[in-house]
Design a protein around this ligand. Structure first.
Ligand code: LLP
Length: 431
């Protein structure tokens, strides 16, 4: 992705230079670095609200926006979205615990994932979540057994794999037959008689998710149409469906796009079209979508300080105090994140922007035109609000970074930086 592609900084009203220094909303990033240190995730609260409103305006209503909290599960962010009426798409007991802690309405929580344990399923039923998206026959067996033990009926959704190519990075494509996700349509269809006859399973909907960072709305239209036709079949077979879930994948701009992504409204229109073509629009179902990065990605940046600038073998290395431990996306997907100097400066020529971790893959940018920066300067990695902190690790015994939420002129710590003692807090030294 990195090499040969267009490299830009996506425009945003939330990240702008004023008098030569970069601000998040009305707070200068220099003041944040001074008060809270680096590396630090900085989020613009207003950008999260604006993204939520823009998404709500782009989807056909009524629609439940079930935020895929894996993108960023900080409690302050969950609470903020929950207050606006947002639900959640979760993939683990830990994510469920976070949602409950943040006060997200359990009736708006859906549970995806191919490997839910019995303990997680029990927890989901205890919490009375909206639905468990089932992804395999053994999972259905497990849910049915647990619900039978409890003398209850578990609300389930069939997550089907529509075999649609999302034309995205292979690591974030999920709706093709050869991935581990979802049920093949034939299998899902074959399950209907069993599900409808079961006293302990209540088929409440159908779902799919084709992949992330969709470039065009076409895969979403295709997938929704396939899903819609399946919903029609389910209803014809006697199911009392309540919802149809079109998944996530709503894209954001990172800055390296060869072509602009389709606007969110096009994805909303694709869903409408898919529902209409399939006839599912006549079923009166509630629509659910599961955006993750769209709600938080551009709202966040990773603020980091240049430790050294080093010339080696005719190459410039800018070494910063953030690493793959804070933002693994470049290492994992060769993903592009725009690099913005906090003090406006001249171009500095091609360089690698790297972290201090002992891995060759610990890079943020390779052979990229980077600004002229020196030891002590601050830079911001844009688009780090999603899949940044939520994928963080303590590798190389690096304390987990701080997270700061900015609203107007206020900067609030929503996660304090870990101390060294935090690194071994859960460890024991027997003998
Ligand atoms: N729904 C389901 C069932 C998912 O598996 C995902 C993402 C989403 C919704 C939200 O996708 P989004 O709207 O954020 O694209 N770590 C990768 C992304 C992996 C996403 C996995 N599933 C990255 O940094 O790009």
């Amino acid at each position: 992705m990195e090499r040969g592609s267009r490299a830009d900084v996506p425009p945003s009203p939330w990240w702008a230079h004023r008098d030569g220094a970069l601000f998040c909303d009305a707070v200068s990033l220099e003041s944040i670095a001074e008060r809270f240190g680096t590396p630090t995730f900085v989020y613009a609260a207003g950008a999260i609200d604006a993204a939520y409103d823009a998404l709500a305006a782009a989807v056909p209503q009524p629609c439940l926006i079930a935020y895929a909290i894996k993108a960023n599960s900080n409690l302050a962010i969950l609470e903020r979205l929950g207050r606006r009426g947002c639900g959640a798409d979760i993939v683990s007991g830990g994510e469920l615990a976070r949602c409950l802690e943040a006060g997200i309405d359990p009736g708006k929580i859906v549970f995806s994932g191919v490997g839910k344990t019995d303990a997680e399923l029990v927890m989901a039923l205890d919490a009375s979540i909206r639905a468990i998206h089932v992804e395999s026959v053994p999972e259905i067996d497990a849910i049915e057994a647990i619900a039978r033990d409890r003398g209850a009926a578990a609300p389930i959704t069939l997550r089907v794999n529509p075999d649609v190519d999302p034309q995205t990075h292979p690591y974030i494509a999920t709706g093709l037959h050869d991935t581990k996700f979802g049920l093949e349509l034939d299998v899902a269809r074959g399950l209907l008689p069993r599900l409808l006859a079961s006293e302990h399973l209540r088929l409440e909907g159908v779902a799919c998710h084709v992949g992330s960072q969709l470039k065009s709305a076409e895969p979403m239209a295709d997938a929704t149409e396939i899903l819609g036709r399946f919903a029609v079949e389910c209803v014809a077979a006697g199911a009392q469906l309540r919802s149809i879930d079109a998944g996530g994948g709503w894209p954001i701009r990172y800055g390296d796009e060869e072509l602009d992504y389709a606007p969110w409204a096009a994805f909303g229109a694709a869903i409408t079209a898919g529902l209409r073509t399939s006839g599912a629009d006549a079923l009166g179902l509630e629509l659910i979508v599961e955006p993750g990065r769209a709600l938080v990605g551009d709202a966040g940046g990773l603020l980091t300080r240049v430790v050294f600038v080093k010339e080696q073998h005719g190459k410039r290395f800018v070494i910063v105090d953030a690493a793959m431990t804070e933002l693994i996306r470049p290492a994992l997907y060769d993903a592009y994140h725009a690099v913005v100097p906090v003090r406006a400066t001249e171009p500095g020529g091609p360089a690698d922007l790297v972290g201090p971790v002992c891995e060759t893959g610990d890079f943020f940018a390779v052979d990229r035109e980077l600004p002229a920066v020196a030891r002590g300067d601050l830079v911001l990695l844009r688009g780090a609000g999603a899949y940044g902190m939520s994928m963080a690790s303590q590798y190389n015994s690096r304390p987990v970074a701080a997270e700061i939420l900015v609203g107007g002129t206020d900067a609030t710590v929503i996660r304090r930086r870990q101390t060294y003692a935090d690194l071994w807090r859960e460890e024991a030294r027997p003998g």
